[in-house]
Design a protein. Structure first.
Lengths: 193, 257
């Protein structure tokens, strides 16, 4: 096992993930390698989300660091009990996050400034939203507009789920994924204008 | 976990134990993670609609105040909903024509009286000599004319207000005549007709509007066999090579056969 570290700045180094360690992590996620690779990506994505909720500035780097450390521990002999993966990864992530908060502050080069809304921006955003909605398929657009047009009314959304023949959870997830697509599109559209 | 527990977590109001429990679950379960994101989307919407309490608003701004893109999208969605607006968009403010409700009344007034041009009087048929003895003035069978449907665009989808029209059985087609705002001039217009399943049943590219009785009208002819009884949505887009495509509005109509 290699102990070579990748310097991260602030006196911290990150242990370089070895192929063996990566394979151990994958097999802990799923015995089938292809499913394990997908599970790894999904776990990483959720970890990035969690770190952002904690207020981490460089959530993606910290997520990678977390998973590398989990892999390292597995190679060193640690075992993760069935149903304990979330708790284990969370524990490592907490440590990684707290270490990052003790680092010297770095310039906020890629951080968005506080939301200062320019005079024309709301209308531009509405125009962009129209454009981005038009780029969805008809079914996707209809679902998204019906989901949000009814406000948060539980009845309206329940009826929509029944109409589509899916559960409320599935409806929420579909609406969220579509909204994310639209948010990315609108953000890109606003940057162009 | 309930929505209210997730909401409390997102606003930093959950206990340490509750937060840990949720965080462990969302790392294990994609559905829990995405449901939490969905609750977060709803928080953005509530912020945009100004329905958060003062304390929640303060916490929301503290946590999400820098997420400009998401905030603008939330405001844009809020401005689209029926509760908040109908004519908020600038190009609709310039319109001098009837507001949506009045337009719906007008369209309903012509429901069942779908306009039909007068049938042309056919010329007397030339009768071959071999048919002598039959009535030489027997006319040829008249050609059925398309039914005409006059529509006014709005910017709100409201199928409940859709006017009903009856299409005569012998009409070979329905000619859509769609009123256009003089401010919305494009080289070409994309017109689309969708059924209740949101499936496009007809699309057409229509060159510039015609002026009829002082009104700008787009015309498109839809074969009658495409129009089963039901409710349809007509949407119109302005198309020009030098400009981005622009959605101009919708109209909804219920067809009876």
């Amino acid at each position: 096992m290699s102990n070579d570290g990748v310097p991260l700045g602030g006196g911290r180094t990150r242990w370089a993930l070895t192929p063996e360690a990566f394979e151990r992590l994958l097999s802990a996620l799923d015995p089938d390698r292809e499913r394990a690779a997908a599970a790894y990506e999904q776990l990483r994505y959720r970890l990035v989300g969690l770190l952002r909720w904690w207020g981490a500035m460089q959530a993606e780097d910290l997520a990678d660091d977390t998973l590398d450390r989990v892999a390292k521990k597995l190679v060193e002999g640690a075992t993760i009990g069935s149903g304990s993966l979330g708790a284990y990864v969370r524990g490592v992530a907490r440590m990684v996050y707290y270490e990052s908060t003790r680092e010297p502050l770095t310039p906020l080069t890629d951080q968005e400034p506080a939301a200062a809304v320019n005079t024309g921006e709301p209308e531009q955003a509405s125009n962009c939203l129209d454009r981005c909605l038009a780029s969805l398929t008809a079914g996707e657009r209809s679902l998204l507009l019906k989901y949000y047009d009814g406000g948060k009314a539980a009845d309206a959304r329940r009826r929509l789920a029944e109409e589509l023949g899916i559960s409320m959870t599935a409806l929420r997830i579909r609406a969220h994924r579509l909204r994310m697509t639209v948010e990315r599109c609108v953000t890109a559209c606003l940057k162009v204008q | 976990m309930s929505d209210s527990e997730m909401r409390a977590y997102l606003l930093g109001q959950a206990s340490e134990a509750e937060a840990a429990r949720l965080e462990e679950r969302l790392l294990e379960d994609e559905d829990v993670f995405l449901t939490l994101r969905s609750v977060e989307d709803d928080l953005f919407d509530q912020f945009a609609r100004n329905t958060l309490s003062a304390a929640e608003r303060e916490r929301f701004v503290e946590r999400y105040g820098k997420e400009r893109g998401r905030l603008l999208v939330a405001h844009a969605f809020a401005n689209r909903t029926p509760a908040a607006r109908v004519l908020a968009h600038r190009r609709f403010e310039r319109r001098l024509w009837l507001p949506l409700a009045a337009a719906a009344v007008l369209a309903a007034a012509i429901a069942g009286t779908l306009m039909r041009p007068a049938r042309p009087t056919p010329p007397p048929a030339a009768v071959p000599a071999a048919a002598a003895g039959h009535d030489a003035r027997q006319p040829a069978a008249p050609t059925a004319a398309p039914a005409i449907l006059l529509l006014t665009l709005g910017n709100s989808r409201a199928p409940a207000a859709a006017p009903e029209v009856a299409i005569p059985a012998d009409a070979p087609a329905v000619e859509l005549r769609i009123r256009i705002d003089p401010a919305d001039r494009f080289d070409t217009y994309g017109v689309e007709l969708r059924n209740q399943s949101d499936t496009p049943v007809w699309t057409g590219a229509v060159r510039g509007p015609e002026v009829v009785d002082g009104q700008l009208l787009l015309k498109g002819t839809v074969p009658q066999n495409l129009l089963a009884a039901g409710t349809y949505e007509v949407s119109v887009r302005g198309l020009a090579p030098s400009r981005p495509e622009e959605l101009l509005g919708f109209a909804t109509v219920t067809i009876r056969r």
